[in-house]
Design a protein around this ligand. Sequence first.
Ligand code: SAH
Length: 597
Amino acid sequence: MSDIRNNRRPKNNRRVNGEQRKKAAEAVNSASSVVRTSGTDATNTGEVTLVKNEDYQVLIEDMGNDGEGIGHVQGMTVFVKDAVVGDLAEVKIVKVKKNIAYGRLMKLITPSPYRVEPVCDKAKRCGGCTMQQVSYEQQLEYKWNKVKNCLQRIGKMENVEAIMEKPAYGMNNPFHYRNKAQFPVGRDKNGNVVIGFYAGRSHDIIDTESCAIGAPVNDQIVAIVRSFIEDNHISTYDEETGRGLVRHILIRVGFTTKEIMVCLVTNGNKLPHSEILIDELVKIDGMTSICLNVNMENTNRILGDKCITLWGQSYITDYIGDIKYQISPLSFYQVNPVQTNVLYNKALEYADLSGDETVWDMYCGIGTISLFLAQKAKKVYGVEIVPQAIDDARHNAEINGITNAEFFVGKAEEVVPDIYKKGGDGSHADVVVVDPPRKGCDQVLLDTLVHMAPERIVYVSCDPATLARDVKILQEKGYEAKKVAVVDQFCHSGHVETVCLLSKLHSDHHIEVELEMDELDLTAAESKATYEEIKDYVLKKSGLKVSNLYIAQVKQKCGIIERINYNLPKSENSRQPKCPPEKETAIREALEHFQMI
Ligand code: SAH
């Protein structure tokens, strides 16, 4: 195995010199999930010579979204699980596709300087922490660079580093940070109870006594449930047959209140001998809620819809900042409360509220951000697609005595345009916060935001690629990205959260920009008539002479200057004459004539 065949070893991988080591060390600074095609990497001519089951030396230059190492061999991009950027490794090719290959890490020839011993001995097999073998500083650097690269490549933002807060906001102690755990329960081949985690990309349960990122009390709870199942011969669920009772253990811990919920997910409505389990669990300090969640479906979904309280309350309470939340087994709640506080405070800082503002919180979930903002705003409107989440949002507003928050159920891209068209309350916004799922904002919503023209848009994102796509759209429609902060909510995973502040460009700025533009560089609506054609039309139709400036002002009022030019105006606040009303009417007529509005 260690005998790497010379004829399989590509020329550019034959020897790793000082320069290459430096390149690898630097490679993390351009970390990205995007396959690189430049330089020697672009030499893939379609003649794939990588051979399955052969070993190759690979220099790991980059890391992917799931924490896998990325290197190149003979122009092919090779993904190597468990490899770290900067490693020089012996890799067995296990799968070859058209342009990419997958390899298994066989031996480290020279370990990366960023490599650390994982805290958890199950880290390699468990699907949860994909980056524990990378130093935490380097994880933060990797995430920061991932956001930067997306904003540069997809968002086409130049000089993005100038607006990015550095470094990423990480945790002082990036362990035991999760307030929620869901452990699958089953049996191994010998009939022993196994409780732990699914192995990466599978449903094989890895028996685990301790998890490095979960609350410390989890270990005690799992041990109690394990003994209870064994001693009382309780059956465990078998995915193959759909038989057996206990499927999962869900544990939630209020980090501020220290309240604990233990919920057994069961394939049935009753738990035999539950009093024995309760007797043991209530000995734990902070135990507040013990319940069953009934899931009798043969599905990958962990939770069913029905909850039965066995002991105590049906929910626990926790705080983020000063806001209190009641959390039931089915509630969505951020899993890293410490970093959520950092994230929401950053959103609040970027929102820059004085108390007079009307704010919209799009994709509001249980209203966590809305209630945070409501403390500093005149009025907050939230919209969310899941009705249950909106029930929670309204309830949470009530228990906090917050009366200036109003919530709507529905798709943001339907509810908000509707309210905007109708006018009246909620059709205006000074500040908009969006926190969409990974696919980013719907185009219709973005268009509506542009029409609503808030001064500031605070974009909270869990996927930098879609963030970059949406920021590009907003930058083309009169907004400018001003600040970006990266917050590490999911330490040891490849996930990254970003907050981006976009500010509205003001008309004098915008219009000067417009006048500098080349008329060939036009968007669809504008391209219907040139400035000269509009002037001619206005002159013929109403006998009025109008300037480019007036046309630009009216176009902007009608929302059809859709692009910014990167040549900055000479002065941002230079005085400009305003288009008189009769000329405005004439220009509007021309715009209508050319079907631009
Ligand atoms: N801001 C919340 C939740 C953000 S997660 C918090 O910080 O806790 C994204 C939310 O968007 C989810 O609650 C999801 O249900 C919701 N969602 C997904 N698609 C939506 C849509 N089209 N319109 C409104 N909400 C949507």
